[in-house]
Ligand binder design. Sequence first.
Ligand SMILES: Nc1ncnc2c1ncn2[C@@H]1O[C@H](COP(=O)(O)OP(=O)(O)O)[C@@H](O)[C@H]1O
Ligand SMILES: [Mg+2]
Length: 817
Amino acid sequence: SSTTWRRASRRWSGARARAASTSIPSRAIRFVRTAPSVATSVRRWRRRRPVPESWVPTDEQRAAVEVAGSAAVRAGAGSGKTAVLARRFVHLLRPDGPVAEVSQILAITFTEKAAAEMTRKIREVIADELGGADAATRAHWARVRRDLLGAQISTIHAFSARVLRENPLEAGVDPRAVVLDEHESRTYVESTVEAALLAHLRAGDGAARELVLRAGLAGGPSGGAVGLVADFLARLGRTGRDGAWLVAATARQAERVPEASEALRAAVARLVATIDARLAQAGRGRGAQALAEAWPAWKERLRRLGPETPLEEFLELRSLRALLARASLASAVEAELAVQPGGRLQGTLAEAYGMLRALPENERLARLIAAVGDALRARKREDAVLTFDDLIGETRAVLAGHPAVRERYARRFRAILVDEFQDTDRVQAEIVRLQAVGTPAPLVFVVGDEKQSIYRFRGADVSVFQDMRAELGCELPLGTNFRSVPAVLDFVNALAAAILQVPPGGSPSHWTRFDPGQRLLPHRSVAGPAPAVRLVTFVDEHDQRELRAAEARELEARVLAGVVERLHAEDGIRYGDIAVLLRAFTEVKTYENALRRRELPYYVVKGRGFFQCQEVSDVVSLLAAVLDPEDGVALAAALRSPLFALDDDTLWRLAWPPGADRPSLPRRFRAAEDFADLPEQAAALGAVGDLLRGLRALAGRATVAELIGEACVATDFEAVCFAQFQGTRKVANVRKLIELARDWERKRFFTLRDFVRTVRRMAETEPREPEAALVAEQDDVVRLMTIHQAKGLEFRAVVVPDLGRGPKLDNRMPALD
Ligand SMILES: Nc1ncnc2c1ncn2[C@@H]1O[C@H](COP(=O)(O)OP(=O)(O)O)[C@@H](O)[C@H]1O
Ligand SMILES: [Mg+2]
């Protein structure tokens, strides 16, 4: 059957290649091809080399570098925190200093890239020391420089892996255990959680059924029941807890049932009394009249109110509340019964009812999560697998459970330095704390800025930094910013003061506040006549006419390209010194197209670039359609892609043939049919159907790699890719995808489903470690990157588009307290 398709597709492949490449304006090709000659890139590389660390520290910086005991530095962006950390590393190693050997310092950075950067900075500071050293100390610094090769400067994950390796017996982890990276871990966990949930469903578990009915099994914005449970387990793990803890915590809630029942009864009594009293007063208006008529029925309902009252019925209290408002009684019952702008009920009545009503379900859910957690643990042991989170969790357990191990590290490390501490989670902080014991205890030095905490979704928690600062008992500021010009800092200070506040009713320990002491003070003086901060708004355009989101972005992208062009032409800023920082890559194509139309050279810094490539996602769409015959979105994506190159009109007519009651694409490919309604494409469509069914049959017995290979051959995909813009790279990417599938299959737990899920997630999620490190680093091109990727980097001009996009809320937590 695939031969039929192959024949049909041959005829098309030329057309398909043309269709795909016309979407790229030919002008674009010109600038992409003008790569700089070797000579110029070498020169540029020299110019772009980081400035040596031979500046003079400020008094504050010196105080931090030389502080005698343990300390925390809390200071804003660009104030030299990382620089101070590097200098302190060297300072501790001075001839009469507290640390004798390089290997006695543990330095923790946020990424591997930052670790390399840290080593480079330290090497430069040592070079400085060597330069100024007398004959007596020269040998000392020369030895320090040599020993730097063996320095323990790494991420917390890499350090944890080392601790587990060094203590196999105590850690009780299988020495053959495979360590999965962040994304592999997530896939592994999800597929195990899914299997466990399905087992619970089959066994008739009510909690599993309720959860799946409400959230779906998997997928969707919340990740479905699988995503919710996996997230919950991850969060428990990151706070050093497990399912048993959750069950116990929920049981403690149950102890509060009598109290909540009493609160509910009391709230009803107060409400009834207030309303009775008011209605007894003479002189009623129209509102009070209406209330008086309805009141006896409501009063009866209120009396019957309890945890067994259905939610829908409870929510009807909104109409009672409306009646009360019309009778001018809203404020009198405010404490018991209030409604938020969104319609959410508030007050003691809702609180007590909510608590009583949720409790049984919470208990069932807690037991379910604990059971799934146990299943996951058992499977990991069986497979001899360690997830990314396990590295941290197991390391904490080894250090906490084995005083001898703990003391060995505490003795080995005379100093522990941690950069970007605001992004540390509770368990990671515990690992640091556990080693900071003994006499004399290692010197701990952490630096951070809670205003820059960006990994909340990974469990980073600003209160962890707060607690550590309090424990260390010495908090040092760095007031001067060395990165930006005064006007930029004025702007940032004003903005931060306006938005970083504790909201009314919020707890100060959960919100990042901006106090005047955190203002960034400029070191640099004013540079150039151009304004430092420009704000471009589309509020007027929006007021004049209703802009659709896509139109608005299109407009914004055009303006952005204009701004970049002016920065270059009028302000004389090199393209390579301009960065466009996006919150996410979802809409990056729009900005790319606008830059391309103006022939501005750019480069998209993609952390997981490979997974975001069109050809990779096309193949994955096809696999998803093979995997799930009902996945219409994946099917449509595959059919539109150069794999099949169907146009939108054909797709539409295909999905909604005459006489059908609703559009459905999958319906057309379930069984063989003649596509009589689309006579011109009938043969090709029949071949598509044959291929899909053929691949589905194959999926059961072939490996993922074989499946991709077969799909590519049948569609002549490589030939189509070759004919496109940057075709060689596209073909290389498809081959790499096949390689990757093979590699994952060697880890034996990857099914087609896992594969599709993992690749999709890798394309969607933010990399912790930008993988393809600035390929075009030396080139003079504008860089498009995410704000996360830009962490710690410096540019002359930064454009931040898409500020109208609201932050994506992370509400993946079920209502469990
Ligand atoms: N005292 C100083 N004099 C001149 N430049 C400095 C000084 N302190 C830091 N810098 C420079 O300022 C920039 C920001 O420093 P960095 O350590 O990256 O800040 P942070 O980690 O606080 O964001 C770096 O380029 C660094 O070399
Ligand atoms: Mg830094």
